[in-house]
Write a protein of this length. Structure first.
Length: 323
């Protein structure tokens, strides 16, 4: 086992990093100006809010009455984003334009409600719809939960939309969102898209559910999805952001994720070993090397061999990161 390389991981910070997607600055800048918003605005810190008890239509009408111009700007921006041929970057571009724009909350909610009633079919419109859903989840506002829940219910059978809806609800991340997502996981235990989106809900109960399922699954494809979601739920890069740290569950989430990944490493296939290694590097928990050594010391020959494969990949990733 490349022990020195593994121990070095505890001193290396930053995980694998996020490269993002290549996007058209001209398109984004034009739409951002139309909205009178920064193109890459970060979510602002806002007081805790609770889901509304009024019908969504009433809330939208009240918001339109208060600020009709925001709805007009939103629609103009959405039309501009949907112009042209389908582009796989369009969803990310749309989310980037609308993310963090508090004034666009109710226009976003209205757009999701419209998509629930009349789903987009043209590919460019589908990309914009997915971006709007991502942006609404990134607002982290519980008042968006009813609209996202309606949309997710309608999306059953559509893996890409399902994953986007689960991820958006996960970003809201309050107790109601966690309850809803765990109930959905119980209802659809074989729906890969649900579990692929759960990594965006960075709460301890979600990490525990992902870890529990990873320990018992015998399906290699499902195991890889669970590993990637555990990586996402516990990523050091994500937990360095204030919006995520505010839950106060960082240590619990990250400890649960590392424990489940190390348990799975002992019986993992080569492909899964690679995914586990990448996840552990991205999580970058300072106790990983110690836990790793303890697990290896009491493992069987086969388990130690699998753990050594994970350790070797982690060491190679660490070396690559330094160069």
């Amino acid at each position: 086992m490349e022990g020195d390389g593994v121990r070095g991981l505890a001193r290396w910070r930053g995980g694998l990093g996020f490269r993002g997607v290549s996007s058209s600055r001209a398109l984004l800048t034009g739409v951002g100006l139309a909205l009178a918003l920064p193109v890459a605005a970060a979510p602002s810190s806002v007081p805790p809010r609770t889901a509304t008890s009024f019908p969504i239509s009433v809330e939208i009408a009240a918001a339109r009455s208060r600020d009709p111009a925001s709805f007009e700007r939103f629609r103009a921006a959405r039309r501009k984003l949907a112009d042209g041929e389908a582009d796989p970057r369009r969803a990310a571009q749309t989310a980037l334009v609308f993310r963090g724009s508090g004034g666009a909350l109710w226009p976003l909610v209205e757009a999701v409600e419209e998509a629930t009633s009349a789903p987009a079919t043209r590919r460019a419109d589908v990309e914009v719809e997915l971006g709007v859903v991502e942006a609404l989840g990134s607002a982290r506002d519980p008042r968006a939960l009813p609209a996202l829940t309606n949309w997710l219910t309608r999306c059953r059978g559509d893996p890409r939309r399902t994953r986007a809806g689960v991820a958006a609800i996960g970003r809201i991340g309050d107790d109601a969102a966690v309850d809803l997502l765990l109930a959905l996981a119980d209802e659809r235990p074989d729906d890969a898209a649900v579990f692929a989106g759960l990594g965006e809900c960075r709460r301890a109960r979600v990490a525990e559910r992902l870890g529990r399922d990873l320990r018992v699954t015998s399906d290699p494809a499902q195991a890889r999805i669970l590993v990637r979601s555990l990586r996402d739920v516990a990523s050091a890069r994500v937990w360095s952001t204030r919006a995520v740290r505010e839950s106060g569950e960082g240590e619990a989430v990250r400890t649960v994720a590392v424990g489940a990944l190390l348990d799975a490493a002992g019986f993992a296939t080569p492909a899964l070993c690679n995914d586990i290694a990448m996840a552990l590097v991205a999580i970058d928990h300072p106790s990983t090397a110690r836990w790793f050594a303890e697990l290896r010391a009491r493992g069987t020959t086969a388990e130690r061999s699998a753990l050594d494969a994970v350790a070797g990949t982690m060491a190679r990733l660490a070396r690559l990161a330094r160069h």
